[in-house]
Write a protein that binds this ligand. Sequence first.
Ligand SMILES: N[C@@H](CCC(=O)N[C@@H](CS)C(=O)NCC(=O)O)C(=O)O
Length: 232
Amino acid sequence: MTTAIIQLYELADVNGRRYSVFSWRTRLALAHKGLAWESVPVKASDKTAIAFSGQKKVPIIRDGDRVVHDSWKIAEYLEDTYPNRPSLFGGETGRSLARFFNSYADRQLVGSLFPALMLENVGMLAADDAAHIRTGMEKPLGKTLEELAAGREQAQQAFSRALDPVRSVLRTQPYVSGAKPAYPDYILFSVFQWARITTALSIVAADDALLPWFDRLLDSFDSLGRNEPAKR
Ligand SMILES: N[C@@H](CCC(=O)N[C@@H](CS)C(=O)NCC(=O)O)C(=O)O
């Protein structure tokens, strides 16, 4: 095991804002483990900066001579490499349930929210990054981001409906993971944080039971989340 500071390679916009939904999962996972880490901003269109990882996406961590990419794999790496630090999963059953929650969040939450956010998200970026992200999304979808944004209201409603199981759980416990937050909370946090950074519009109703939960997490770890400026 190494004692070097872990480097987190993650997307940043022209003003240095860390807008990537997936890197917020890794940020809170590193904080939860109490590890020393530093952020290395990367442009979405600059693949030379992350060529060392052998692939083209972020987040990536470099921990001494270990390089790990994909937010889920990073969470597993941190859990397995630093078992004496606070647990992200709470054992093997918790790890499997967190894997399920990761898949639910990616498919149901990120999947339903991105038509509502992507146009504003690319609007934050320099021209080269905006063009890169736009092409990467529009090609497989066969739609422009403007066409996607036209369905913004339905997207936001689908997102809010998909959160019903979480609201129900938060009526009986303060965090998705129980009495204290753990990795599933950080997965969900990442989606709310992505929206907080990219849009001034509310993604849930003002009296939504999820907002106090989000507020508590924004204040966790010395306000790591809150210190990132909101769009509004
Ligand atoms: N499943 C991956 C997804 C990573 C991903 O899609 N990253 C995006 C940023 S949010 C990216 O690197 N985009 C740049 C590109 O596609 O060139 C994870 O959980 O880390």
